[in-house]
Design a protein around this ligand. Structure first.
Ligand code: CA
Length: 372
């Protein structure tokens, strides 16, 4: 009888997650006497230090991780250029110079061209759709497989929603107006822009304004009204074009050195993923809340002229984009799996959107008197 009670009490203790029991009487004492291991990590970013919106995402991720881990994982965030230049973030984390980075996967297209699918593809997925593909549509596993080759663990780390097409000092009435225009436009959008006759350059956020002002570039896209107002582009460019065909729902990334991540206890690994995923959705919420007011300020106080890209220009950019995507994917088996997963998901989500998001937004706009 006594033995039975002992077995039942041990089982109960196990169910309750307690470690006490006659089998290992010393475990509780030893866990109390050893202080929990703490980790001091460094995180580098592609953003200027404390840039509102996406630049605050790594700060917010680090803050959440510090609180959730009770200080066991303490991460110091460095802005672009403080430890390594903005566009060397991927390499610095991959090689273990630092443990973490925050940026966007399309910045690494020079070394990992297919990575662009995990930020944005022209005419691709919106923010909501990207989150669906990555978190519930198979995208995340492919991203992890790709980045494991570079000793990295990726986690979603923000999304700006649909961006603007960019700032120009000339009107864009046909595709030929892009001829010879030197524009800051990164990622796949830049490749399409080049094929359309322009010159694409990738300049980090902190250098765009001066480059526009001094004529190093003629045009630039960055994000949307909330961020672009902060960076002051309205002072050096006249026309603000939409829609952001090049980045319909760009996902930002938290990247973690794989060896450093694997060495963390599982609770800290879960905290890293959860904190970044929470910030992923928080960034989108902030842009959604702030873009409208910033646009009003740009138009009413700074006389910015907002223009829509003509439909035939957009159609030609879409054609070029389709051709370039096919060339980019090529014969590589992993590239093809990423492309097929993305395309299958995109066509499925578009079908249902006809009955949901688009149907609703169209009818709401119509009833409120907007142009359909
Ligand atoms: Ca952009």
């Amino acid at each position: 009888m006594k033995k039975k009670i002992l077995i039942w009490s041990s089982l109960l203790a196990m169910l309750l997650g307690c470690s006490a029991g006659p089998e290992n009487p010393s475990s509780e004492a030893s866990s109390q006497s050893e202080p929990a291991q703490t980790y001091q990590w460094r995180l580098v970013t592609t953003w200027p230090k404390n840039l509102p919106g996406l630049g605050m995402a790594p700060e917010n991720i680090a803050d959440r991780i510090r609180v959730m881990s009770d200080g066991r994982l303490d991460i110091k965030v460095y802005g672009a250029g403080e430890v390594v230049p903005a566009l060397e973030t991927f390499e610095a984390v991959s090689q273990g110079t630092v443990q973490m980075g925050h940026g966007a996967s399309y910045y690494w297209r020079g070394s990992v061209p297919i990575a662009q699918f995990f930020t944005a593809v022209p005419f691709g997925l919106s923010a909501q759709e990207m989150n669906g593909w990555l978190l519930h549509g198979g995208g995340m596993a492919l991203w992890e497989e790709l980045y494991a080759q570079y000793n990295l663990v990726p986690v979603v780390g923000g999304n700006t929603g649909v961006q603007m097409a960019g700032w120009f000092n000339k009107e864009i009435n046909s595709l030929s107006d892009l001829q010879g225009v030197k524009m800051r436009i990164p990622g796949f959008g830049g490749e399409v822009f080049e094929a359309a006759g322009g010159t694409a350059v990738n300049i980090p956020a902190g250098e765009i304004f001066t480059s526009l002002q001094t004529g190093v570039i003629d045009a630039a896209e960055w994000v949307g009204p909330f961020n672009d107002l902060v960076l002051g582009f309205h002072q050096v460019a006249k026309y603000y074009y939409y829609p952001g065909w090049q980045e319909p729902g760009p996902t930002l990334e938290l990247i973690v050195n794989k060896e450093a991540f694997d060495a963390l206890p599982s609770d800290l690994q879960a905290i890293v993923r959860s904190a970044s995923q929470a910030v992923n959705s928080d960034v989108l919420s902030e842009y959604t809340a702030r873009n409208n007011r910033a646009l009003k300020e740009l138009v009413e106080q700074h006389a910015v002229e907002v223009r829509r890209l003509p439909n035939d220009v957009l159609a030609q950019l879409k054609n070029i984009s389709d051709q370039r995507v096919a060339a980019l994917v090529g014969d590589d088996p992993l590239n093809q799996r990423i492309f097929e997963s993305y395309q299958n998901y995109r066509s499925g989500v578009m079908d249902y959107n006809e009955l949901s998001e688009r149907a609703f937004l169209n009818v709401r706009a119509q009833l409120e008197g907007y142009d359909p």
